[in-house]
Design a protein around this ligand. Structure first.
Ligand code: BG6
Length: 507
């Protein structure tokens, strides 16, 4: 078991949420703070300030946030909700002038004085667009930084737009905050199954031993969403799916999946190994990517990406991409690691799929390759597809599974939301699940040439795929080209709960 250490409740912490009137704060930050409070992981002595430009009353803020708070314990949670809102005060202020920040400082100091705080602990959460990000960071440093205490700053993506802008951002942030004061959120690192990757890999010899090029034929990391960019087109157009989820969320998964065993589970040991494997990733072959953009659904009921009013009709924005990574080290060289992500597809699902090499032929004809599937969402699960004799008199083989489905195995567990996990980690000063500056630089270094290639004026035109489909037509061929053996001849549906009708006949 990994040592959990004592649970530390920080008393009289001050949490300031910038961008408090925005979408992220209302849907993720405040609900996560409430979730922690509801479960007893945020001390009632905590003071929360919401800060934004909009002139809102506390009631306005409450009515925005309330619909997003999760109740897990019936009426008892109503009491908690009321207590939670009493912990919050809202300050309306500009980001680029001092008055609002001076007001925030006055209120923080008044709170800390009343609570007789010796060593202030201040957490600042920047739920802000990039345009005001640095302005606020500077104001924090000059006006509300805890001079004789602990300051922690949580920042949200985008961390730059490419390598140059990410470096520039870092150069500007560097003089303001020490690396240990910064917590760069990638919320995928707070997801239960992503957090479980290192334990699954290194805590199980039967998985750990064959986790290499001798046994694994291909790896796929897939992100699928059923919905398009509805209402977010204007924002998405300059971002595209590669910056939105691949350079960050999926690359983090790839890193945890392929890194070497860290010497310990302390944050720096983990992040050192992550950086090491990222340095071994070969440049992405820009001619070997599959790019798509969704068009109308086949029945015409769902809009094409370019039907969004905020998007140019000739936009070449990529809403689907598939690419392949090669890691040039002893463990992975030659194993294609495919990453694919798309909006407006046939289902919403995030999963990791390792396909093992085929067993020797001879006694078997066409026996399918084993697969280990780690399903991040929905319905968190880990299952291993393997071959067994069909029960009964038949000697035919069939695909079956070892199946760890969280909903049935862990019914009584509270599985926190990603943001709950990460805010708590930041409160405790644990950086394990946050992105370090050097990780960021390498990841942008990997993706920037591809982004430049795609975004040149004469860059490739993405293939149009119907809203609600599996993606561009060439996907299957692309996967096969990268050694994925289609399991078509061996029908298998997960989860399998009933015997097939013909299996019964054998009895
Ligand atoms: C965000 C992206 O970072 O992640 C969104 O900006 C995407 O476009 C979201 O939908 C996916 O997160 P989750 O937790 O819903 O899988």
């Amino acid at each position: 078991m990994i040592s959990e250490g004592p649970i530390k409740f920080e008393k009289n912490t001050v949490i300031s949420v910038f961008g408090a009137s925005g979408d992220l704060a209302k849907k993720k930050t405040f609900p996560a703070l409430f979730g922690l409070f509801r479960e007893g992981y945020l001390d009632p002595s905590t003071k929360i300030f919401g800060y934004a430009r909009s002139k809102l009353s506390m009631d306005d803020l409450k009515s925005r946030v309330l619909p997003h708070l999760k109740k897990l314990h019936g009426e008892a949670d109503d009491v908690k909700i009321e207590q939670f809102f009493k912990m919050i005060d809202y300050i309306a202020g500009n980001y680029d002038t001092d008055e609002g920040f001076d007001e925030l400082r006055t209120q923080i100091e008044r709170f800390e004085k009343r609570a007789q705080v010796d060593v202030p602990h201040r957490l600042f959460y920047l739920a802000l667009p990039p345009s005001v990000f640095l302005t606020v960071a500077k104001q924090i440093k000059s006006r509300v930084y805890a001079q004789n205490g602990i300051t922690r700053v949580i920042v949200e993506k985008p961390f730059g737009h490419d390598l140059a802008s990410a470096n520039e951002l870092q150069e500007n942030l560097g003089p303001l905050f020490k690396e240990e004061e910064l917590f760069r959120i990638d919320h995928y690192l707070g997801k239960e199954l992503v957090k479980n990757l290192l334990v699954l890999r290194f805590g199980n010899q039967f998985l750990n031993a064959p986790w290499n090029r001798d046994n694994i034929q291909s790896v796929q990391i897939s992100f699928k969403e059923r919905f398009g960019t509805e209402g977010r087109g204007g924002y998405f157009d300059s971002i595209g799916i590669i910056r939105d989820v691949m350079q960050n969320h999926l690359l983090q998964i790839l890193t945890l999946l392929t890194m070497e065993r860290p010497v310990s589970f302390d944050p720096e040991s983990i992040r050192d190994e992550k950086v090491k494997v990222l340095k071994a990733v070969a440049p992405i072959d820009t001619d070997d990517v599959l790019l798509g953009q969704y068009g109308k659904s086949e029945d015409g009921s769902k809009p094409a990406y370019v039907d969004d009013d905020t998007v140019e009709k000739d936009s070449k924005c990529v809403t689907f991409a598939a690419m392949t990574f090669n890691i040039e080290n002893e463990r992975w060289e030659g194993v294609p690691i495919m990453m694919r992500a798309g909006k407006a597809l046939n289902e919403s699902k995030v999963e990791i799929r390792l396909q093992y090499k085929a067993v020797a032929s001879g006694v078997f004809k066409d026996i399918p390759n084993n697969e280990l599937v780690i399903r991040v969402q929905p319905d968190a699960a880990v299952y291993l597809k393997f071959n067994a004799k069909t029960p009964g008199l038949s000697n035919a083989t069939q695909v079956t599974d070892l199946n760890l489905t969280y909903a049935s195995r862990y019914q009584d567990f509270w599985i926190p939301e990603a943001y709950e996990v990460l805010i708590r980690d930041a409160l405790l000063g644990d950086h394990s699940n946050f992105v370090r500056d050097d990780e960021l630089e390498i990841s942008w270094g990997l993706f920037t040439p591809l982004l430049k290639h795609i975004e040149r004026p004469d860059g490739p035109t993405p293939e149009i795929y119907p809203y609600g489909s599996r993606g561009p037509k060439g996907l299957k061929e692309y996967m096969q080209k990268h050694k994925y053996v289609m399991p078509e001849k061996h029908p298998y549906a997960w989860p399998v709960t009933k015997p097939k009708p013909d299996a019964k006949k054998d009895k």
